[in-house]
Design a protein around this ligand. Structure first.
Ligand code: ASP
Ligand code: MG
Length: 434
């Protein structure tokens, strides 16, 4: 549908993280980037984070004030960091001669469920916002905050400004949601491990969800889920470019798009189709083995029901072939932070479940190769197993999905495994001939 608006008028959301907003100097840089987008004839809504470190500082104040803090008052305090930066950016834009105003969460409003400190967006009312944008005014919106049905301020969990930005983009039917951050895109793997990691031109929503653990967490995972549901095109790009850095319209960052748009990019020759898009690693899981569990219906349900009731997320599960005497070993992984709780819970139910021993190991890492390309190709898993075994890396567990193969290995071998796989799938950047 054609959008009304000035000139070549695209409607764009620009989101800036805490490092980009840390101090008046940086806010001025941001204001210049925003002004340039508006000057190019785009309608611009900006979503901002609190200054880097500010949310942590506010959380500490709450703890000091009352260790058993009321979550509703907690949200009143921690949401304030974004209120400050949104006002400061609007002021700075005005000082540059641009029309701008802030729209706080309760003013739009951004309606969320009541769950304080982990609220989810329900609806965003945008008619007033759209009217202002069409009128050529830049809208500055504090991320992270919303309002509950009871009319109280809510916040959306750490990193929630990304989700705010995607929510706003969906509500105003934006052409693109540009997420400006301190990295210049999404890489084939963690560049701190593999110097030859390459920046990806585009990834699909599904791939991004799987790659979330690569390097710095670039986006709040929930924002990617929301973008996928609402069909919001995201671009991750750096806000720290030189003055002559490419404009966001030239798509210098990484696009996060639907499968369909990805196919189009490949068809148009903008992208090469890769079998594997990236290699992710995750050191935050722990392994639990229950030995000699009865090999009969209901045994596995007995293990996993209590964990589910306690909201402990189980990831990989392997049930070994039965041994003699109708017994089997069950291996699975849980987040490291939940290991002690899971172990205590299982030990409490030793009689119900009927296992012999519980063995735990948090010295493990999960390595995943991810790519939509593998939907239509065989051999991705076997390449992985061969490459790892050639380097003497032992695989302790395996799981697969349509676009991912994951293995569990010894944590000490993480870096080696990532490097070996990055090379095995031809992902290493080739040095350009001079
Ligand atoms: N300021 C909040 C946080 O640090 C939200 C955000 O920046 O995305 O988690
Ligand atoms: Mg963030």
């Amino acid at each position: 549908m054609a959008k009304s608006g000035p000139k070549s008028g695209k409607r764009i959301v620009m989101k800036f993280g805490g490092t980009s907003m840390a101090g008046t100097e940086r806010i001025r840089r941001v204001a210049n980037l925003v002004r340039a987008q508006a000057a190019a004839g785009n309608q611009v809504a900006v979503v901002v984070s609190a200054m880097a470190g500010e949310t942590d500082r506010l959380i500490n104040f709450c703890r000091e004030a009352n260790a058993l803090y009321d979550p509703a008052e907690f949200d009143v305090v921690v949401s304030s960091g974004e209120q400050v930066t949104s006002g400061l950016l609007a002021l700075t834009l005005q000082s540059l001669g641009t029309k701008a105003r802030s729209w706080l969460g309760w003013q739009l409003p951004v309606r969320t469920i009541e769950a304080h400190s982990k609220a989810r967006i329900e609806t965003i009312d945008a008619p007033g916002l759209i009217e202002a944008l069409e009128d050529g005014e830049i809208a500055v919106i504090p991320g992270f905050q919303g309002v509950s049905e009871e009319g109280r301020i809510t916040t959306m969990g750490r990193g929630g400004s990304d989700t705010s930005a995607v929510g706003i983009a969906a509500a105003i039917n934006a052409d693109r949601c540009d997420i400006y951050t301190d990295v210049d895109g999404v890489y084939t793997t963690d560049p701190r491990i593999v110097a030859k990691a390459r920046k990806l031109k585009a990834v699909t929503y599904e791939e991004m969800l799987e790659l979330a653990s690569v390097g710095a967490k670039v986006l709040q995972t929930r924002s990617v889920g929301l973008a996928m549901k609402a069909g919001v095109r995201i671009q991750v790009l750096s806000s720290f470019g030189d003055d002559d850095a490419a404009s966001a319209d030239e798509l210098p960052g990484t696009l996060i798009v639907s499968d369909m748009e990805m196919d189009q990019l490949v068809e148009n020759g903008d992208m090469e189709r890769q079998l594997v898009t990236g290699i992710a690693h995750d050191k935050n899981e722990a392994k639990i083995i229950l030995t000699r569990v009865p090999d009969k219906p209901g045994a596995v349900a007995h293990i996993f029901e209590p964990l589910a009731d306690a909201s402990i997320n189980v990831d990989m599960i392997i049930q070994n072939v039965g041994r003699d005497k109708g017994e089997t070993d069950v291996t699975f992984t849980v987040p490291q932070a939940d290991l002690a709780r899971a172990q205590a819970m299982l030990e409490d139910r030793l009689e119900d479940i009927g296992f012999n021993r519980i063995i735990t190991d948090s010295h493990i890492a999960k390595i995943s190769v991810v790519g939509v390309g593998m939907k239509s190709h065989a051999g991705v898993a076997s390449t992985m197993f061969r490459a790892l075994s050639d380097r003497g890396i032992n695989i302790q567990a395996i799981s697969t999905s349509e676009i991912k193969v994951s293995v569990l290995i010894d944590e000490d071998e993480t870096e080696l495994a990532v490097r070996v796989l990055h090379t095995a799938y031809g992902l290493d950047a080739v040095e350009e001939a001079v």
